[in-house]
Design a protein around this ligand. Sequence first.
Ligand SMILES: [Zn+2]
Length: 339
Amino acid sequence: MPESTSPPLARAALDRDGEARGVDGFAERFDADPASRVIVLHRGRALLAERVEGSAPRLQFLEPPRAPGSTLRCYLGRTIAATAPVASADEAAADVSTASSDDLPPGTPIELRVLDDAAAARLEPEDARWANLRTAAPVLGDRDAGLFTEALALANWHSAAPFCPRCGSTTTVVQAGWARRCDREGNLLFPRTDPAVIVLVTDDEDRVLLGSNALWEQNRFSLLAGFVEPGESLESAVIREVGEEAGLRVDRVEYRGSQPWPLPASLMLGFTARVADGTTPSTAMPDGVEILALRWFSRDELAAATQEVALPGGTSIARWLLERWYGGPVPESRPWTAT
Ligand SMILES: [Zn+2]
């Protein structure tokens, strides 16, 4: 596949407009601007617009007076002029990547409001209109997929950061939702992102190594992955994770791309690596704790196994890396949904 394709959640079409976050009276100005629009989240799900026949799925954009009040408001940025569609790893996304780009004029300021149960039920009681990121992202256009990803990442951080980690005091949201200030010490706390590496390991015959995680259903296979430890480089994390989970020595570690994975707060950094010279691929041994089974697949073997093996979902960077190795969409595999 062409180098230009992005992982599905790395798609974005927005000016984050960071300068505006620190402007005094920003919230009041936002509310007074008739061009402003609000998207809403409730328990990690976004409100989608009602489907009109023939239209692509899109987020619901509300005028500020129509958007319920919320304890959490975050300014996400301004829309930009639609550009040529960016090809996506996911065919469905590629089909609609520009479909929602022309309904808001460029420069439209967008804010996130997080709703409680009562406000969400008042605004839209129909459950089907609320969608989670994993199912919505592949069918949303670039702008809306990016907005949802940004909004969810911010909302998740706020829900986990009500208190100062240093002194335990309450904190107050500042900078239009991009920081919190400790109410006692006055220091600023910024949203955090946890880096994780995910690695497509191949051998000299260009077979791919897939592992089955202990937490997953049987026969569900994906790439090896793990969090980067403090004081560790990304490349070292790749080599360590493959060593721990598969007992294999790898080298030729190469970075391929990244995407946010705000479930709840990760940034997935995708790599490829090769089994090191002098290491026999068949000695791959699952650690028995995190990884229960390991299998090598040639392209033909993977295509033949798709009825028996569940592969990572279309929103994941694992699928994106796998399809780049495979050379295109992997034939229909068993559906793999939620974790
Ligand atoms: Zn503090």
